[in-house]
Design a protein. Sequence first.
Length: 301
Amino acid sequence: MLVCFWGFLYSNYLRFWLKWILRLLTRKCELQRLLEGPGAGAQRTLGVGRCPARSQPGSGGWRAVPVLRSAVHVEEAEVEKCVRDVMKEKKIKQQDTGFKTNLHISLLQISGYKKLYLNVENLRKVPYDSENKEHEEQLIELWNLLMPHENLKARITKQWCDIGFQGDDPKTDFRGMGLLGLVNLVYFSKHYTDEARQILSRSNHPKLGYSYAIVGINLTEMAYSLLKNGALKSHLYNMVSGLPQMEHFHQFYCYLVYEFDKFWFEEEPESIMHFNQYREKFYEKIKGLLLDCDAVLTLQN
């Protein structure tokens, strides 16, 4: 109760006066202090993103005028104009290149994150279509990357179980994540071929084995949910000084695949029947890592 009281007191009264005192001493607004101070990357951009929520009506903050309130919602094409408008409204000289550059980067990252989510979501909504030549080519490419010395005898065959699909036709396993699940599997196999083949081999362990492709699709769902709920912001803002791209989402997926395999063998589950339990434990571990403002979770070549 006491903590809630002090939180309310700070948010509604003390913070306003603290900001006023800091502005009086530094002759700089909160946004200037944020953008000119240390903490580039996630620390800065997350701060910019939170500014509208923290400001109170009448405080002269982001909510004071429409251009400031809408700054964190601009599209990529509007970022440059928005930066100029913010500087004009806050009476910041256009020659202040540090402020201009840092605000431009932060707004690009914020708009880029939203755009990346939409692109990932659109790919997830595309169902795997066995009549689509491009879809089929990607599926065959996955087989060739993982099993270069073994020919696929037919399109529908039990051989698919050798790389961790459930049945003789993989298309049924992509229902939840659509084409996104396949694209991720192919990306990892193409860019980290040795690691992918090694993990596939480990997944056939007689006691600790798991279904490689099925787990890979499950990890796509994990990456997707972390992107959707905003947990990936710190990672992407630290990793990309600009617009996050689909490539960066795929790279994060590769990190998950590699780290989950290590985690699985370190935990030594009694059987695959406990997968959901350990999957949840791994998910909580990743979420914990992403809470760090300095988080960068990548798999290096």
